[in-house]
Design a protein around this ligand. Structure first.
Ligand code: UD1
Ligand code: UDP
Length: 381
């Protein structure tokens, strides 16, 4: 049996690794350890629980308002210590968080092959998103096997000198997670039970580090303006647990959240099926999240991307997402158009599809891992 540690630290890593963990666990060739760094506490547990997964090992590194230095050093020593005590044939990391990079480094230091799930995404600006672009680039320098969601992501890797034999285009496992969840929805989320069926609903999430401070206030300012000019609309805002983010959003939009029929509904992070239902119920989504851009295109939902550039260009080129950045004028212009122009809105749905995969990414990754491990030779130079 091949010993494989699947490392997860934050909510999106949990959601996107879950289908792969489930597939690996069902395959007798693999002995799987789910290694949580605990970069997130509640949000990680919540996301894993939806898939019936609990971490086998949890390093519990999270601190309130933690620094990048803390996450990186605590994950490096924590994952390193785990690997010294429980040697692995491969470790899998996902995406672009500080857990991803530091865990990959711990594997690299021990000559353990690192499989990077969601490899090759590039914005080509090391500050946007920050620090995720650096985490991706650095992780891909350390990895041995590269699971690229799209052909464009694979091309990015080849252009950087990664041998083509080590790269496999698999689609994004988020689509596996989404399809799995669509088969297990629970009905209207509690938070939306009192929202009239006729009310246009806008789902909003924002948490990126580069948006802390002024940019986040500009985003909220645009939302407030929209709420003032359109009495019929409602916002659903599941607040990220990050106190810096939730304090800013509550401060700017709290005035709309009171009364018997609040215009802004704040909730704690929704569990994944409720969040998927909320995406389905919304007219459109305002978000700076990476995963939500991918899900929205599969769900045929317009998404206004609160970033100036995206490492997921397919959402934009395919026309299911629009980059609006944090400029209130751009946000308002696109939001008004989506509210007023049904044909414009429906065009998003017509253009949508799933450039990010067809729900079979986990199987492709698993089979590639098995071949790599059976082969016994290193595929990378
Ligand atoms: C992290 C990732 C980001 C990813 C995001 C997904 C890094 C540097 N950042 O950002 O790439 O897009 O997760 O959500 O890797 N907190 C809690 N409970 C939780 C989670 C967070 O209280 O369950 C609070 C803590 O005070 C913590 C703070 O949020 O210190 C920030 O968490 P952190 O992981 O550093 O940053 P995120 O903004 O969540
Ligand atoms: N999500 C969720 N509940 C919420 C908000 C988001 O389950 O209340 C899911 C969302 O569907 C997506 C992922 O969490 O799969 C995105 O996580 P986040 O925005 O924290 O990180 P990012 O994608 O920006 O790295």
């Amino acid at each position: 049996m091949y010993r494989v540690a699947c490392v997860v630290g934050t909510r999106p890593e949990a959601i996107k690794m879950a289908p792969l963990i489930l597939a690996l666990r069902e395959d007798a060739r693999f002995a799987v350890t789910v290694l949580a760094t605990g970069q997130h506490t509640d949000m990680l547990r919540q996301a894993l629980a939806h898939f019936g997964i609990t971490a086998d090992v949890n390093l519990n590194i999270m601190r309130d308002r933690q620094t990048l230095d803390h996450i990186t050093s605590a994950v490096l020593t924590g994952v390193g210590g785990f690997l010294d005590g429980s040697p692995q044939d491969m470790i899998l990391v996902h995406g672009d968080t500080s857990t991803t990079f530091a865990a990959a480094l711990a594997g690299f230091y021990r000559h353990i092959p690192v499989g990077h799930v969601e490899a090759g995404l590039r914005s080509r600006n090391m500050s946007l998103p920050f620090p995720e672009e650096a985490n991706r680039v650095l992780t891909d320098r350390l990895a041995s096997l590269f699971f690229a969601p799209t052909e464009g992501d694979a091309e990015n890797l080849r252009r950087e000198g990664v041998p083509g034999s080590a790269v496999r285009v698999t689609g994004n496992t988020v689509i596996d997670a989404l399809f799995w969840t669509l088969r297990n929805l629970k009905g209207t989320p509690e938070a939306l039970q009192d929202v009239p069926g006729t009310a246009p609903l806008i789902l909003m999430t924002a948490h990126r580090r580069e948006s802390w401070g002024e940019p986040l206030h500009r985003i909220c300012g645009a939302a407030a303006e929209l709420l003032r000019e359109r009495p019929e609309i409602r916002f659903l805002i599941p607040l990220h647990k990050n106190p810096t983010v939730r304090e800013a959003i509550r401060q700017d939009l709290g005035a709309f959240a009171g009364g018997a029929s609040p215009r802004v509904i704040f909730t704690e992070p929704l569990d994944y099926p409720d969040f998927v239902s909320a995406m389905n119920r919304s007219l459109f989504i305002l978000s700076d999240s990476g995963g939500i851009q991918e899900e929205a295109s599969a769900l045929r939902k317009p998404v206004l991307i609160l970033r100036t550039l995206s490492e997921r260009p397919d959402a934009v080129t395919q026309g299911t997402g629009v980059l609006v950045g944090t400029d209130p004028e751009k946000i308002l212009r696109e939001a008004r158009r989506l509210l007023d122009d049904a044909e414009y809105r429906e065009n998003f749905a017509r253009r949508a599809g799933s450039p990010f995969g067809d729900g079979t990414a986990s199987v492709k990754i698993l089979e590639t891992m098995a071949r790599y491990l059976e082969d016994g030779t290193r595929w990378t130079a």
